[in-house]
Design a protein around this ligand. Structure first.
Ligand SMILES: Cc1cc2nc3c(=O)[nH]c(=O)nc-3n(C[C@H](O)[C@H](O)[C@H](O)COP(=O)(O)OP(=O)(O)OC[C@H]3O[C@@H](n4cnc5c(N)ncnc54)[C@H](O)[C@@H]3O)c2cc1C
Length: 731
């Protein structure tokens, strides 16, 4: 797993960034907008050899990889130079493939391509046409070329040099014809979509960054405007959406390189999502600047307009959703570009994959249809038999040291096994919490607690729960009132615990509770954590039923006497322990990818069956669009999740990666389940173990997912603070 571009790609990005900083500052972009083209900047692009970037070496080009081109497109997106960079990179490669060379391009000739089919004669808008020497276009079973000059630039939203050009069977000359030529052209169009998606995501990311910088400086009502959640939260959400778009482009490159069956659909989903996310994000960013954001002197509008120009150049981006559906479920084939070499990978490393494969084998044998039904109907998802099987094979905690009963696998293995659980839509939360307890003990526990608890955890005989939330505070975790007071007991140093916790899920079956208590008056500096055995006198647990059918509990602590050996970390040092716990919780992986996938599968099962009047939903556009939306959001959730796992596995977790995944995936689960329930109404309101019944339950279970493990509002605040550097809003 590696999401760092190669050294060469970093150098490429730096080289182009430096050149664009010099040759294409925003003031110059504004000056030349009417022309839609910056000849000097184009010259700089040519001198760097970039038009020939993707032309095969055999055809006189640099033979660079698709990922190299993505890096270039991202840089173009960040700086918005007025040059048809993506169009030329793609068209030059096509020209090389069809004619064996790309003469003229090295000297600066602009060769572009028509994005629309020109089998029927007519004038079509072509990006780059006003400055192009040649246009390649598709017509019937041939790829044709027409030589310029073409018409003058026509003013347009994105200030892209664009003109309507008459194209058709009688225009220009045939360059190549037949299936191979068409496949090459189609692959060029797919590459254009992917590179444009990369440019849109980067442009939107830059505009969100500029807006965040402004929000830190600009004050209203005596405070920086970034301290207002009404502004910070939408910006945080926009940043997650565009991060997801950028990552989805990378994942698509990897899928193309792998020859994955869904690679063509991924291109469509990446383009659709990038267009949607970037258009939304740039509006959000503009509004941060208030009235100034509407003025042409400010850069925010440049990003908004360019992103719209790119998103709409090939038609309504929603058409890509329908195309994704056809590619995923109707057998539509896609011609794809060659990816070349690739150094990034979203796949887990070999050792983690080995652990995951072993767990997959256990799951394959364990998860019978009866067992799956049992899991579905369970309200606490506590599959002790499975956990015992995994423990016997040292797979329950794959990254623990072998000496402690773990598998000795690398730090990615936790996320890799969550991925297997996700494939089976199997709940492993209780194992995650047991894992957290084990790791907390290894790091912060006494020798006695380690000796008592670790072997039982490793054997799959002991589980834990989290006792953070209280009746009076959940989000405000440091507002805890459950008291721990020192006392002298029979065994020496003890604590007496009094209080009540809310929502202690698994509190009725866990043997230990990771308990957050108040031991001092200072809000953040008066917290101490314990690994408290639930067998101690004074602990009581009462069931709470929830809308999704999941059981949780309220737990009472009435004079519970707990030895100091069960303390985790320093007295009043709970903030540090809690930070480690949260990092573990958020880096561990899954984050609702499993439920999203299971829901899509249930929906596809329903959509493949004819309804009462014989219509197969999957054949209808409405169902295709809804299902493809779910599929695309699932992919975004997956890449955000993998980003968090990758950073965690490399030991450099970013504080906002986990919250970004949690926010996106839980909200996607909620909105997608609501859309699916609406699509299949009224039958979808009935509760049963049928595909539709399962979707109905997804909707009820998705709502709490936006509350537990940190509400969406709290996640947005963390992302705004840690990801965008906006002021902290929570005391
Ligand atoms: C099914 C389920 C299982 C759970 N399991 C556990 C568990 O095992 N252990 C455990 O300790 N807890 C658990 N919880 C509790 C959960 O973590 C809390 O419900 C959650 O943190 C919210 O706290 P609260 O309910 O007190 O709501 P509050 O914190 O009172 O929040 C109420 C509303 O105000 C919003 N809000 C609060 N602060 C801010 C802010 N600064 N900015 C903007 N909006 C804000 C919230 O987003 C929410 O919409 C579970 C909850 C559920 C529903």
């Amino acid at each position: 797993m590696n999401l760092e571009p190669s050294d060469d790609q970093r150098m490429l990005r730096e080289m182009l960034s430096r050149a664009l900083e010099r040759s294409s500052p925003p003031a110059r972009i504004r000056l030349l907008e009417d022309a839609g083209h910056d000849a000097e900047c184009w010259q700089a692009f040519v001198e760097m050899g970039l038009p020939l970037l993707r032309v095969a070496e055999a055809h006189g080009g640099a033979g660079a990889s698709l990922m190299d081109a993505v890096v270039i497109a991202e840089t173009i997106g960040a700086f918005l130079p007025l040059i048809p960079a993506v169009e030329v990179v793609v068209a030059a490669r096509l020209l090389g493939a069809l004619t064996g060379g790309a003469d003229g391009v090295a000297e600066g000739e602009i060769v572009t391509l028509a994005l629309a089919d020109a089998t029927r004669a007519g004038a079509r808008p072509v990006v780059g046409a006003p400055v192009a020497g040649r246009i390649l276009f598709r017509c019937g079973d041939a790829v044709r070329v027409v030589h310029g000059p073409f018409g003058a630039n026509e003013a347009n939203t994105g200030s892209l040099a664009t003109a309507h050009v008459p194209l058709g069977p009688d225009v220009g000359a045939v360059v190549a014809s037949g299936p191979q030529a068409l496949a090459a052209f189609n692959a060029a169009l797919e590459e254009w979509k992917l590179l444009t998606a990369a440019a849109m995501a980067a442009a939107a990311r830059r505009s969100v960054g500029l807006a965040a910088d402004y929000a830190k400086e600009r004050e209203a009502f005596g405070q920086p405007i970034g301290s207002y959640q009404g502004l910070a939260h939408p910006l945080a959400e926009a940043s997650v959406d565009v991060d997801g778009a950028a990552l989805l482009v990378w994942r698509t490159v990897e899928r193309i390189a792998q020859g994955h069956a869904a690679a063509g659909a991924m291109v469509s989903m990446a383009f659709w999502w990038a267009a949607k996310a970037a258009r939304g994000a740039t509006v959000r960013a503009m509004r941060v600047f208030g009235g100034y954001g509407m003025t042409l002197e400010y850069d925010a509008q440049l990003y908004f307009r360019r992103v719209n120009g790119w998103a709409l150049a090939a038609g309504n981006p929603d058409a890509e959703l329908a195309r994704a559906a056809q590619r995923l479920w109707q057998g539509a084939a896609a011609d794809l570009p060659d990816a070349g070499e690739l150094s990034i990978t979203f796949e887990f490393p070999a050792s983690s994959q080995e652990a995951a494969a072993k767990i997959r084998a256990v799951m394959a044998e364990h998860v019978t249809p009866e067992r799956a039904r049992w899991q579905y109907e369970s309200n606490d998802f506590f599959d002790k038999v499975l956990f015992k099987k995994l423990a016997e094979r040292n797979l329950l905690f794959p990254d623990w040291p072998v000496a402690l009963g773990g598998g000795g696998y690398d730090a990615f293995s936790c996320a890799a096994i969550r991925d297997v659980f996700a494939d089976y839509d199997w709940d492993g939360v209780i194992v995650n919490i047991a894992d957290m307890l084990g790791k907390m003990l290894m790091r912060f526990g006494s020798e006695r607690a380690k000796a008592e608890i670790l072997p039982k955890l490793a054997a799959g005989e002991t589980f834990a729960t989290l006792g953070y939330s209280e009746p009076s505070c959940g989000s405000d975790i440091f507002g805890a009132r459950t008291r721990a007071v020192r006392a002298k007991g029979d065994e020496g140093d003890e604590w007496v615990i009094d209080g009540q916790k809310m929502f202690t899920s698994h509190g009725h079956m866990a043997d230990y509770v990771i308990l957050l208590t108040r031991t001092g008056e200072s809000k953040h500096g008066g917290i101490t954590l314990f690994a408290m055995p639930t067998s101690l006198p004074g602990y009581r647990c009462h069931e709470i039923k929830t809308v999704g059918g999941e059981r949780t509990n309220t737990t009472f602590y009435d004079g519970v006497r707990l030895h100091d050996d069960y303390r985790l970390g320093e007295v009043n040092g709970g903030a540090k322990v809690l930070a480690t716990l949260l990092a573990l919780e958020q880096g561990a992986g899954d984050h609702f990818v499993g439920p999203l996938r299971a829901m899509l599968e249930a929906a596809l099962e329903w959509a493949a069956q004819p309804d009462l009047v014989g219509v197969v939903p999957l054949d209808t556009l409405a169902a295709q669009l809804t299902l493809a939306t779910v599929a695309a959001r699932l992919e975004v959730a997956d890449v955000l999740n993998r980003r968090a796992s990758e950073a965690f596995g490399h030991g450099r977790p970013a504080k906002h990666f986990g919250p970004s995944t949690k926010l996106f995936a839980s909200e996607a689960w909620l909105s997608c389940s609501a859309d699916l329930v609406a699509l299949a109404a009224p039958e979808s309101v009935f509760q049963a173990f049928t595909p539709l019944g399962r979707i109905e339950r997804h909707l009820r279970r998705a709502v709490p997912s936006t509350v537990y493990a940190g509400t969406s509002e709290v996640q947005r605040s963390i992302i705004a603070e840690a990801g965008l550097g906006l002021p902290r809003t929570r005391a």
